[in-house]
Design a protein around this ligand. Structure first.
Ligand code: GAR
Length: 226
C-alpha cells in the first residue's frame, strides 16, 4: 500500500481579478486525484470577477477581499488576504490574472510558494499591454512565462515558458488568443512541477531535480521534464 503522506496534495489557492480562464485550466488539471496540487480556494480582490462565479459553480471555496475599502494601504489589504489564505491552510499560491501589485511584505511571506503567469517571454515586456508592445517591437517570437514571484514586478526565477510565432496580420487580440491557448497548457504543467517538488526556488534560480529539459519536445514549450 502506498504511504498516504507521499501522496499528500499541496493545498493551493488561485488568486484572480477577472475572467479566470487560467484558473479554469488549473481547476481542470487539479480535478485528477494524482495531480500534486489540490486547489481548495479561489480568492479575488474584485467582487465582480467573472471567475469567482465559475469557481463557485465548480464547488470551490471562494474569498472576496475587495481592495477598495483599504484605499492606498496595500499592506492592510494584504494582511486581510494573508489571514484568509492561512485560515484555509494554503501552502502554495497561483496568481492567475491577479491584477494587483503585491508589496514586498506579502511576497517575502510567501517566497518560493507564490507563482505567477505573465503573457510575455520574460524578461521581455513586463507590465501591461504586452501583446501590443511585442507587435510594436517587431519580435518574431512571443509567448508566456510562469515564474516564482519576487518583490520586483513581473520578475523572479522562471519555471517554464511557451513561445508562439508572431504572424503578419496579427493584432494584439489575435496574438493574445494564440498565447492564451499556450497559457492554459503551460500553467498546469508548471504548477504540477512546483507542487510535486520537481522544481524549487533557490535564490534567483529555479532548481530542477534533473537536467533533461532540452529534449526536442520541450524546445517550443520549455518545461523541465523528468
Ligand atoms: C492572462 O493572460 C494572464 O497571463 C494575464 O492576465 C490574463 C488573465 O486572464 N496576467 C497578467 O497580465 C499579469 N501580469 P484569465 O483571467 O482569463 O486567466
Amino acid at each position: 500500500m502506498s504511504n498516504p503522506s507521499q501522496n499528500r496534495r499541496v493545498r493551493t489557492a488561485v488568486l484572480i481579478s477577472g475572467r479566470g480562464s487560467n484558473m479554469s485550466a488549473l481547476l481542470a488539471a487539479a480535478a485528477g486525484e494524482d495531480f500534486p496540487a489540490n486547489i481548495v480556494l479561489v480568492a479575488t480582490n474584485r467582487p465582480d470577477a467573472r471567475g469567482i462565479t465559475t469557481a463557485q459553480e465548480a464547488g470551490i471555496a471562494t474569498e472576496i477581499v475587495d481592495h477598495k475599502p483599504f484605499g492606498r494601504d496595500r499592506e492592510a489589504f494584504e494582511q486581510t488576504l494573508d489571514a484568509r489564505l492561512r485560515a484555509h491552510g494554503i501552502e502554495l499560491i497561483c496568481l492567475a490574472g491577479f491584477m494587483r501589485i503585491l508589496t514586498p511584505w506579502f511576497v517575502e511571506r510567501w517566497l518560493g510558494k507564490l507563482i505567477n503567469i505573465h503573457p510575455s517571454l520574460l524578461p521581455s515586456f513586463p507590465g501591461t499591454d504586452t501583446h501590443a508592445r511585442a507587435l510594436e517591437a517587431g519580435v518574431r517570437l512571443h509567448g508566456c512565462t510562469v515564474h516564482f514571484v519576487e518583490p520586483e514586478v513581473d520578475a523572479g526565477p522562471i519555471i517554464a515558458q511557451a513561445a508562439v510565432p508572431v504572424l503578419s496580420g496579427d493584432t494584439p487580440d489575435i496574438l493574445s488568443q494564440r498565447i492564451l491557448v499556450q497559457e492554459h497548457l503551460l500553467y498546469p504543467r508548471a504548477l504540477a512541477l512546483v507542487a510535486g517538488g520537481a522544481v524549487r526556488m533557490e535564490g534567483r534560480r529555479v532548481i530542477t531535480k534533473a537536467h533533461t529539459d532540452t529534449t526536442p519536445a520541450n524546445l517550443a514549450m520549455a518545461v523541465p521534464s523528468f
